[in-house]
Design a protein around this ligand. Sequence first.
Ligand code: SF4
Length: 753
Amino acid sequence: MTNIVKISVRNLVEYVYRSGSIESGFRTATTMIEGTRIHQLVQKGYQEQDEKEVFVEAEIPYEDFVVRVDGRCDGLLKDGDTVTIDEIKSTVHPLDDVQEDTHPVHWAQAIFYGYIYAGDHDLSKVTIQLTYVQVKTLEQKQFRRVMTYEEMESFVYKVMEEYALFLKGKIKHKIMRNKTSKTLEFPFETYREGQRKLAGSVYKTIVDKKTLFASASTGIGKTISTIFPAVKAIGERKLEKLFYLTAKTITRTAAEEAFRLLIDHGLDIHVLTITAKDKICFQEETICTSVNCPFADGFYDRINGAVIDILEQEKMINRMVIEQYARKHRVCPFEFQVELAYVVDAIICDYNYIFDPRVSLKRLMEEQKKKTAILVDEAHNLVDRAREMYSAEINKSNFLQLKREFKNSSLATAAKAINDHLLQVKKSEDYLRKDLDKELVELCETFIIEAEAELVKMEHELLLDTYFATKTFVKIAELYNDQFVTYVEVQKSEVRMKLFCLDPSEQILKMGKGFRARVFFSATLTPAGYYKDLLGGQSDDYVISIPSPFARENTEVIIQPLSTRYRDREKTMEPMVHFFKDVVDKMDGNFLIFFPSYQYMRNAYEQFTDHYPSVATMIQDVGMSEGEREDFLAEFNSERTEKLVGFAVLGGIFSEGVDLKGDRLQGVIVVGVGMPQIGFERDMMKDYFQSVGKNGFHYAYVYPGMNKVLQAGGRLIRSDSDTGVIALIDDRFLQRKYQALLPYEWQHYTIGV
Ligand code: SF4
């Protein structure tokens, strides 16, 4: 069977023609609005018979495969028998710096379009034209070449020859990958209870091209139950690629282990783990320019060789492997990962590579997305993470400072305009707005163009930071709808304007669109309706809930109805610490106690250690490093002879994502209902949800809070025969609205010890 490979003309020529260095960490690509504006400006000058945005595609056979290429040609200019292919490019550089041979890749793209068009219309020659537009001055400069069909064909095949070096390895790998995933068997003797149901649902979701919301208790083995069916779907030709998205290092490791297990069972697959830039950067200071970083210098000259090499040698491409090959080929480890993300079969990474419009993998073509599934682990975390991704802010003081530093320049004028505008906003006292400040967005767009023109000439930290913040602001403004609000904070002379995303559902839906399937899963996706709502669920999505596989009688659940409300804390502190002691005395083994804040935790810790100095204790500290965190967890081991009681905060590093299996943890005590602190943003969320017919208080406070409680309780991982204890301290746990949120496994509680 002939292998058909699809790729856009742009991606193909960029792969072959890229060269040079990573420069200054900022891309000079103009904003979408700006790019469209420039294209439209040039296209406005076209004659009546000319065409714009012409879709072209062709199948190009090469040895034993066929490459299907497509693209959109900016302009098709017709003058009698002469046809000109026009490719429009915007640039922040002065036009004098742009010469005919400055960008071979632009020629390559236009020649491909010319070749396809000439082939389709039986033309013996066409004119290839590059039109450059300076984004600031809007001046234009054009270069033309007349090329015969034969010349274009020979050019196209030279490009194909280069691409084939990469493609042959990829095709060979794909054959093996499909074969081994088809024959792959579940890597355990039997499925645990609930595991088959989850795996089956994931597979069906992929086959049916749907979205699944799965709530599956801790202990089921969620990681393998989602990865295995997705890999099987690759073998059945339903999928080409899968993303395993997770917010935490520990769950990332679990996903790597699951893939490794499948590889040990015969699977041939390329799995990449993406590590954040600040963690994987080789340099002391992350300044991504050819002058400051040898791994940025000449990056594009060496990257293709590095990609081919790593894919030939490795299957599990984790941080260590990336670092090794990045040093070998002297390429930036972070950008190396990004390049690999487009060509490997499975990617384990943070949510933002798919959901954040600022960092998402832009080169993932629609065609590829159709054969890609996204598996979102611990999906309850995505709600707040997404809110952050879709919010943006700017500060007046930065623009004022830039105005002063760049005196008498057009950049100063642009910065001054924003500074003045924010000053007006301050005077108006119109601090909470439903509508987007479009005038400000336009000023920001002008500022971006001016900033880019300066940044190509010089390094300037404040300008670069302000440029990024302004770009994000404009990007988020493009998404702005009635699920957003704009608010202004004034503090002395500072004015901060924030575009705040109240409800991320539409954005999550939009960013996940186009993928073959989406699986959102977590141990605590309850209440299902709330998460489905906020994660962009639709009425025909699949929803499943898989209860704990373990007998609920093995876990004793106690509710202690003491008030943990702020005003009562002092009064209830004493009985609370005695209650801790009563609970931890119930059985041998280690305990974790979770609190809603550090302060509350420290006070309770002091009281507890005063009363019971002989009990071994540990306490979480603010901003613990990964090593300190591991040391803390290592103390919770089953070999301990004396009981250990750990004090930690709800919603923190120890209350989610850590698995203290077996005898490492005997009991969990949760203080309070986890409610987020009452504040301005939460209150705006409450009002918004109320206004759209939901229970605003529940959506903004109760559900996110109870999720933290359920997550903390989930750290107690029992096996079939183990017993343990979960104690919940707060009288609100006895109210109906909170009771309704307790999982089935916790509903056989007793009151008090
Ligand atoms: S190694 Fe660090 S400084 Fe160098 S290009 Fe990569 S991220 Fe930037």
